[in-house]
Write a protein that binds this ligand. Structure first.
Ligand SMILES: C[S@@+](CC[C@H](N)C(=O)[O-])C[C@H]1O[C@@H](n2cnc3c(N)ncnc32)[C@H](O)[C@@H]1O
Length: 209
């Protein structure tokens, strides 16, 4: 996936990052070897920092794959926090369970397998953060479903909102159109204050007002 930032700048920023611990480093290697599209350490650190700033204790993640983004979030919510992991694949969930154990955060993560939008609907309560990384054609629906579930002062965070720059032109592609629609909603809805951070593939952060 091409970066939004010029490669030398992305490499420079990545080069500034401290080494990850053994588990995260292994997850990064596994993802690279098996073409699992994880957020990577730049966005992982952004998620972690955002959750710390927000004092997040209850996080719902939509599209968790092998649990890489889950680890960054789970480490931020602390021992008394909770992160809901969701993915449609049992195989991913089994792999994530193992990594989450090894990362020392399994106790604070609930693993749910199925459609993330349905699982959000079936899970009660408000969230400090909803992190959205599901299939892109669902993004506008995620905005409508997830926003009411974010507490005031909470965040709806969405990955891939610049979609390798494909959002720049009108498109007939269903995923591109859906991301464009998501960005329109997130930047015009009066209930949120949204900023897009153009690292990696673009991260949208909407503060619920
Ligand atoms: C981009 S990957 C997630 C990567 C993960 N957030 C990370 O950075 O470590 C997207 C994952 O979401 C899952 N997925 C996509 N749409 C979904 C849906 N509607 N419900 C549940 N899982 C979904 C896919 O199976 C895939 O594993």
């Amino acid at each position: 996936m091409p970066n939004i930032l010029p490669d030398p700048l992305e490499s420079y920023l990545s080069g500034l990052l401290p080494d990850r611990d053994e588990t995260l480093a292994e997850m990064e290697s596994y993802a690279a070897e098996n073409r699992v599209p994880i957020i990577g350490p730049l966005v992982g650190r952004l998620l972690h920092q955002t959750a710390l700033l927000n004092g997040a204790k209850r996080v719902f993640e939509m599209g968790s794959a092998i649990g890489y983004s889950t680890v960054w979030l789970a480490r931020a919510v602390g021992q008394d926090g909770k992160v809901y992991y969701t993915d449609g694949s049992h195989e991913n969930a089994d792999r994530a369970r193992d990594y989450l154990e090894r990362a020392g955060v399994a106790q604070r993560v609930e693993i749910l397998v199925g459609d993330a939008l349905e699982l959000l609907d079936a899970t009660e309560g408000q969230f400090d953060i909803v992190f959205n990384d599901v299939d892109k054609h669902d993004y506008p629906r995620v905005f409508d479903l997830a926003l009411p579930r974010v507490r005031k002062g909470g965040l709806l965070i969405t990955d891939n909102v610049l979609w390798s720059n494909r959002v720049l032109e009108p498109s007939e592609d269903v995923n591109t159109k859906a991301i464009q629609a998501y960005n329109q909603k997130a930047n015009s809805a009066p209930e949120v204050w949204t900023t897009v951070i153009p690292i990696r593939d673009g991260v949208s952060i909407s503060l619920k007002l």
